[in-house]
Design a binder for this molecule. Structure first.
Ligand SMILES: O=C(O)CCC(=O)C(=O)O
Ligand SMILES: [Fe+2]
Length: 278
């Protein structure tokens, strides 16, 4: 197993390993995930079952809220496809499904259809972004609680499905009301602090006036755009990426429209985010 960092802040590729191998040193893989925050397995070429089996080693595969509303009782991959009819919507840095009380711990994304040009994914180290804050700004962010909701997600669903999604939107609002998360979270395993931010899943900062909340969120959105916190993966079909949702944010470059792009994503269940004061 050969681990090679791909950028300064985060990300490593892992070569010379078959994740299907029953003798896989999973502890070393998991440590690489904690150390590098996102790990890449070039041309892993996994079937759906193989991705699920590998995913189970990280924890309990989660049932995506939409699938749950449609009655799913077993975890299933989410296939995210975009093309001439629908643009890629993951075009802002976010952490996944933060509009639930216990957002995922990590995610496994397998590339199915790669556009001829463009279509990279970027990750941002939320720990590096936290570490770069000045002391007074870090102190301010550590004191804040942020309200996350699914309005931005519902908007995307409605755009794709139109009015037929009315019932789904109502069910999403009923089953997943707005939820509060710390602005800075403590990683439950490494103890590191990370900025918890989720783009269009973020509603407002609790207890701040509307303009104060907007200013703080604008600052965070601007701060995390700094390329020194990022790594970027140019996909080949069959590549697998695994990222720690607790220490990273990610976004699609979303520069391949109108070409088709298809990914298969599995989320692993996480715990309630928390902040531990020093
Ligand atoms: O399409 C991408 O590159 C990223 C999509 C995304 O946000 C996700 O899979 O959670
Ligand atoms: Fe995402």
């Amino acid at each position: 197993m050969k681990i090679t960092p791909v950028a300064g802040a985060l990300g490593a590729r892992i070569d010379d390993v078959d994740v299907r191998d029953p003798k896989l040193d999973f502890d070393a893989v998991y440590q690489a995930l904690l150390d590098h925050e996102v790990i890449f397995f070039p041309e892993a070429n996994l079937s759906e079952d193989e991705q699920m089996a590998f995913g189970r080693q990280f924890g309990t595969p989660s049932i995506f809220p939409v699938a749950r509303i449609f009655g799913a009782t077993e975890p299933k991959m989410t296939v995210i496809a975009d093309g001439p009819e629908s643009r890629n919507a993951a075009d802002r840095f976010h952490t996944d499904v933060t509009w639930t009380a216990e957002p995922p711990k990590c995610a496994l994304l397998h590339m199915e259809v790669v556009p001829e040009r463009g279509g990279d994914t970027l990750w941002c180290s939320a720990t590096a972004a936290y570490d770069a804050l000045s002391e007074p700004m870090a102190e301010l962010l550590c004191s804040l609680v942020v309200v996350h909701d699914n309005e931005g997600f519902i908007e995307g669903v409605m755009k794709k499905a139109g009015d037929t999604a009315d019932d789904l939107a109502a069910a999403l609002r009923r089953d997943y009301p707005p939820v509060e998360h710390p602005m800075v979270r403590t990683h439950p395993e490494t103890g590191k602090r990370a900025i918890m931010y989720a783009g269009r899943f973020v509603s407002h900062v609790k207890n701040l006036s509307a303009p104060e909340s907007k200013s703080v969120l604008d600052f965070v959105e601007e701060h995390i755009k700094e390329p020194q916190f990022h790594c970027r993966w140019a996909w080949t079909k069959g590549d697998l990426a695994v990222w720690d949702e607790r220490s990273t944010m990610h976004r699609a470059a979303a520069d391949h429209f109108p070409q088709e792009r298809v990914i298969r994503r599995l989320e692993i269940e996480g715990d309630r985010p928390f902040f531990t004061p020093a």
